[in-house]
Design a protein around this ligand. Sequence first.
Ligand SMILES: Cc1cc2nc3c(=O)[nH]c(=O)nc-3n(C[C@H](O)[C@H](O)[C@H](O)COP(=O)(O)OP(=O)(O)OC[C@H]3O[C@@H](n4cnc5c(N)ncnc54)[C@H](O)[C@@H]3O)c2cc1C
Length: 481
Amino acid sequence: MAVGTEVPQLVSSPRWWDDAADVLVVGFGIAGACAAISAAEAGAEVLILERTGAAGGASALSAGHFYLGGGTPVQQATGHADSVDAMRDYLTAVSPEPDHVKIDAYCAGSVAHFTWLEAQGLTFERSFYPGKAVVQPGTEGLMWTGNEKVSPYLEQARPAPRGHKVNVPAERGGNEVMRVLAARVRELGIRVRYETKVDHLVADGDRVVGVSWPGGTASGAVVLAAGGYVMNPDMLAAYTSRLASHFVPLGVPSDDGLGIRLGQSAGAATAHMAGAFLTASFYPPAVLLHGIIVNKAGRRFVAEDSYHGRTAGEVVAQPDSTAYLIVDSEHMAWPELPMVKFIDGWETVALMEAALDMPVGALQETLANYNVAAADEHDPELGKHPDWVTPLTQGPWGAFDLTPGTATYVGFTLGGLSTSVDGEVLRADGSTIEGLYAAGACASNIAQDTGGYSSGTCLGEGSFFGRSAGAHAALRRQEGD
Ligand SMILES: Cc1cc2nc3c(=O)[nH]c(=O)nc-3n(C[C@H](O)[C@H](O)[C@H](O)COP(=O)(O)OP(=O)(O)OC[C@H]3O[C@@H](n4cnc5c(N)ncnc54)[C@H](O)[C@@H]3O)c2cc1C
């Protein structure tokens, strides 16, 4: 169902307000919960306005990975050295337009943020999952969830695993995250109005002073934490059309971008709106990482051991977004996730090349060159890690189709409102909109595109910058601004 790109009108203050608080938080996912908790911890009276009948949002659907580092207790307990500098170097290297102020704050505050999350009741097992997977199958608290060990980032930043998952098996972590945070919200006595879809911001001149919804108004500083826009086909078409045509949206129905449009109604700028995470992961099993990925010209273009989101972005960028994973019979296996289809097997590479409609000799040359270097566990072309570099010489050879449309790509949006490091919403000229904050998927913070996304960046930054926004809004309110 189309929900439009329309920006709601800003409305002026009513004669009387139906409700009031120091800080109004719009949306009860991770960003809203953390904003509300930190505002309440700072002494503010907080009211959460949630459009549905329960806390959760997309956060409750998530796997429960948080991208944190710099020497967290889980990293320390599992023997993984990390530093603020190494984390900063990595996030800077993977970001198309790194926001140095935010990256610095996020990395420098990462260990303290981990401690804060545990203080809210979340638990992270002091254990490590060494395998290459999308989500660890068990309750291990740490795994690699980015491109830290992948060329060229390996040469640019000292690698460390930073994907911290809450203490529940497999991908069910998000539900636990929101259960715990909602309990903390209750414990702090924070009021919540459910079934309350905020549809306008209320302004007094240039300053945001409250919100309205059908049948009600509330005054206070406003933190928009209303999620992304992956469920709004019109916004997808307007901002990220190439990706829109290629992926199945991952999210909840209320991810319709209303939070972003509310911000725009007050004059907010947006950032990285074309950015989206997408994936059609062919691993696990990790043995498939020994294969090579080629485009329709039979040429490699991405280190195959990349995080699956990076691989997906590179596939989509190829001519006709066409790509294949090629394996020999020594490394053949079936993907555990039903996203990528097997095409066929062939007795020779020449037959495979012809069947895949590649230029004569191209794939044969690519594979021959790869195999020569692979005999020395070396990949001079793309720097694939030696762990995954072995010659692919045992026929028959098989191909999986990574092309969107045949392979099932899923994803969610990353762009959103421009914000300061404190979560203040910004205009295009960089000035702040008084009384208005944003965090989580309706704001742009650390993750800018699928190449730079690591599993855990959204919960990490949503909780981190949500927390900052709540604290800052509370402080400004106490100062009487
Ligand atoms: C299947 C899946 C797995 C994922 N796994 C991970 C992971 O492991 N790690 C990670 O970092 N990221 C993950 N993500 C992404 C991550 O879940 C989201 O980016 C993040 O949860 C967004 O948090 P949020 O608080 O901004 O939004 P949400 O959690 O979506 O919360 C927004 C809330 O606002 C409410 N709302 C919307 N509009 C209004 C309105 N007008 N008025 C009032 N309320 C409103 C919504 O109902 C919702 O409750 C995953 C996403 C999916 C879908």
